[in-house]
Structure formats: C-alpha cells, structure tokens
Ligand binder design. Structure first.
Ligand code: PLP
Length: 485
C-alpha cells in the first residue's frame, strides 16, 4: 500500500502546501468584479509571492493534521522543570476572549474602558499582596523583560542617590536569563557558587559584596528547585553595602500564600503570569512578566500607571523619575485577564493549596525516583526536583537517551542538562494539576527505562521509536535547518 495522507492511521505524512496545491484552485469566492482589472506593476509591489493554490478544505485539513502532531499539556503530562507547563483552566481563556476585553482598542479614551483599567488596577494589587510588595507594573511581556525592567529600576534608584555601580551578583543556581539581563543593563555579572545543600550561603555573598555591587539576583525557589533559606541574611548583607535584592519569582507557583518575598528583604521581584497564573505558554507567547516593588522603587516604575482619581481610573504619565516605557501600550492585556480571573476564582486559600500540591507532587516524584536515578541533593524540594544520569553512565546511557525513551512511553521529556551545576541533570516539574495516577505512571515509566538501561541499553540508544520522527541530529538541525522535507 502506498502511503498517502489520511490512509496511514495516526501518523500522517503531510506534504507542504506548495507540494499539494494545484493550479487554479481557490480557497474563497469573491463577489463579481465591477471595476476594470488592473495588473499589479512589478517594481511597485515587488515580485508576486509564490502562494500555493488550494481549496479551503485542503488548507483546513493540512493545519488540523499538523496540530495533531503537537504534544501539549492538553494531550499529556509535560514535566519540563523551570518552565511550569501546567494545565490552565479553560474558563480563564473564555473571559479573556470576551469581546469587550479582546476588542478594546488601546487608544480608546479611559472613560470608555473603565472595566479594563479597573482589572489592571486590581490585578496590580493582587500581585503586590501575593508577593508582599507595595506596587506593581504589568507592562513587561515576559520574565526576562521583567528582569531587565527590574534591573533598570535598581539602576535608576541608585543613580537618584548619586551611586554609580558596575556589578551584579548572580549565583550559579540563578536562571540563565539573570546574568543576561544584568549584562544587557550594562552590569558585570559576578558569579557565586551554591553550597553543598544547593543554596547560597551568606558567607559566599559577603565574600563578593562591595560598594561597586548594585545588587544580587536571587532565583527563589532556585533552579535546583530548592528554597533559598538564607534570603533574609543575604538581604541584610547586600543592603548593608547599599545594594538591592532582586528576586526572580518566575516560579512563584511553589510559594504562593506561603512566603511573601517583600517580607524577607526583597526589593523587586518579577512574576511569570504565563507560568503561575493561568496563561499557557510555549510556542512563543504572548506572556506577561509583571514586576512588584517596595515603596522606594515605585517612583521609577514604567509609565503609564493606572491610578484612581475621584472613583475613576485613569492612565497617568506623571512620574518624572520613571524609567519610561518597556512595552507598547500597557503590556499584554489578554494575559492579565486570565491571571485576574484565575486569582479571583481561586481565592487566597486555593492559591496556597495550588502551591502546596505543586510541592507535594514534586516531592512524590523525587521520592519515587530516588533509587532509580541519582539524586544529587537529597532534601525536600519545592515545585521541581533535579536528578541525574550518574547511575546510568556505567551502561553508557545518558540523560538524552532517557529523555528520548520517555517519548516512547508517551511522556514529554523533562528539562535536561539544566541547571548546569548538576552534570547530566534531569529536572522534573510535575505541577499541581497532575493526579496521583499520572504521577505513578510517570514514575513507573522511568523505572522501566532505568531497567532497560541496565538490561537492553540498545533500546534507549535507538529511542524514540514510536514518534513521527526518530532521533534527530540536533546540532545539524540547528545549524543547517532543512525546511522543505
Ligand atoms: C522561565 C523563567 C524565566 C524567564 O521567563 P520568560 O518569560 O521565558 O522570559 C526567568 N527565570 C526563571 C526562574 C524562569 O523559570
């Protein structure tokens, strides 16, 4: 039987639309023309693009088939550590797509969008309460942009005090975007090593903290999935020398309702609404990375700010010390609506419970896999746990082979080879939304793979065998992408 699309079961061979099209096919009908035809002048619009000619149903089937090749959190467990690929309630999408939210033009005058402005105003306060901070800007479009904006705030604040500093301390357990954001803002990132417990010790910070350091960027929980227990002490050391404490709070889903970062010495923190607060991510966004600050940094927040004047909400640009705009208009509003409805529908108790369950699930996985894969830091974790391939290396099996084999078992692989402090890291974040049955299935799959590594390593070296494509040459795929077949 020859393979044609639609006849080979679940995995369809899908040609490009260009290969499928036929001359003269058309996906739409236009009304009869009642003006003279006018040829497109070459030079005027450039070359006429080479669009394939297809009927509507050809196009619909093509894209629907492609969408079925996709693995997402709606199709199965997606345990990427540090990325929080959690299931988000669909009802929040529904509210974000209400026509009066989705269709509101950003140039509408404030009196016509009081509801949208109130939503932003209230959301800023919810996030400030969750983080224990005093004020919020919803403008940054992603976690990394929140970091950049936060470091710009620190820079503006220090400048206003007449302080010029050139360094930012970045621990080895910080997210990779942290040193990048510091460098983008003109600071030199100064690395510090985590201790044998996988966290930063105050002594290590004291050793590098001096009057040329603008601040420290602490990812908390850090990229080992561990809570930075010395945060208060670290804040005292940094503040003692005039620096600021930036907290990367992208993974707030571990500590909502449990720790208020503002109360343990943090000056500025960003959140990822597309991780913790019900906006799906992956595939390029849009996202939202609000920053929450303590009072002394508030005057520097991006403009415009939503303020309340005589019971009405208005946009104010009247902040002379502001760092300016970091995004067009007010940020990604649709993401804010999802976060707002999520927070309101959960309430304080359930947000806390979501964090508790995220932590419980990660510890359940950690305990279930502890004898199977190496556990470099054997202590309670937060929302994710980090294991490694150390035991499998004697069979010449690596983290990559384990990850690829998980695909055959129907699971999206976890984050691999990150964080860098653990060689051959396997970083698993189950999230609060997975059931005990799913977690057990995942643990069983990992156990079975570890057994295969011992008894039949060839199976792993060939994996994946049940996917649309087999193991790819990832370096070649990145360096010389082949986009036509
Ligand atoms: C995801 C993540 C970021 C970056 O967020 P983006 O929205 O992808 O820019 C930063 N820090 C931590 C700890 C993260 O998990």
């Amino acid at each position: 039987m020859s393979e044609t699309s639609g006849t080979t079961g679940l995995l369809l061979n899908e040609p490009l639309l260009w290969e499928r099209g036929g001359k003269g096919r058309c996906g739409f009908s236009m009304p009869r023309r009642d003006v003279e035809s006018f040829p497109i002048e070459q030079g005027l619009v450039g070359a006429v693009p080479d669009f394939p000619e297809l009927s509507e149903v050809d196009v619909v089937r093509h894209y629907t088939r492609l969408s079925q090749w996709n693995f997402g959190v709606d199709t199965g467990m997606y345990p990427l550590g540090s990325c929080t690929m959690k299931y988000n309630p669909k009802v929040n999408e529904k509210y974000a797509s209400l026509p009066r939210f989705a269709g509101a033009h950003p140039y509408l005058p404030a009196q016509l969008v009081q509801g949208a402005l109130r939503l932003m105003y209230d959301l800023e306060r919810f996030l400030a309460e969750i983080t224990g901070m005093d004020a919020t800007s919803l403008q940054p479009a992603a976690g990394a942009q929140g970091e950049l904006a936060g470091i710009m705030l620190i820079h503006a604040y220090l400048k206003s005090k007449g302080m010029k500093r050139s360094k930012i301390i970045v621990p080895d357990t910080a997210h990779g975007t942290n040193p990048a954001s510091s460098a983008l803002c003109g600071y030199r990132p100064i690395p510090v090593k985590s201790n044998e417990h996988g966290i930063i010790s105050p002594e290590a910070v004291a050793g590098v903290m001096d009057e040329d350091v603008a601040g420290i960027m602490l990812t908390n929980p850090n990229t080992l999935g561990l809570f930075e227990e010395n945060i208060r002490k670290i804040s005292e050391i940094v503040h003692g020398k005039g620096g600021q404490l930036y907290c990367d709070g992208a993974n707030m889903n571990a500590v909502m309702g449990i720790v208020q970062m503002g109360k343990v010495g943090v000056d500025v923190i960003h959140l990822n609404l597309h991780k913790t607060f019900s906006a799906p991510h992956g595939g390029g966004g849009p996202g939202s990375g609000p920053i929450c600050v303590r009072n002394h940094l508030e005057p520097f927040l991006p403009v415009p700010r939503v303020v309340k004047e005589n019971e009405a909400y208005v946009l104010s640009y009247d902040y002379p010390q502001s760092i300016g705009k970091v995004h067009s208009f007010y940020g990604n509003f649709g993401v804010m609506v999802k976060a707002y409805t999520y927070i309101l529908s959960m309430g304080p108790e359930d947000l806390k419970k979501a964090s508790q369950l995220a932590v419980l699930n990660a510890n359940y996985i950690k305990e279930g896999l502890k004898g199977v894969f190496e556990l470099p830091y054997d202590r309670p974790c937060m929302h994710e746990c980090v294991l490694s391939d150390k035991r499998q290396r004697s069979y010449k099996i690596s983290t990559l082979d384990i990850a690829k084999r998980l695909i055959d078992y129907g699971f999206h692989p976890p984050t691999i080879y990150f964080p860098l402090v653990v060689q051959g890291a396997i970083m698993i974040e189950p999230t609060e939304t997975e059931s005990k049955e799913t977690l057990d299935e995942f643990i069983e799959a990992c156990k079975s793979i570890a057994k295969e590594a011992e008894e039949n390593p060839g199976l792993l070296l060939e994996a994946p065998t049940r996917s649309k494509v087999r193991r790819l040459d990832e370096v070649m795929a990145a360096r010389k992408p082949c986009l036509s077949d």
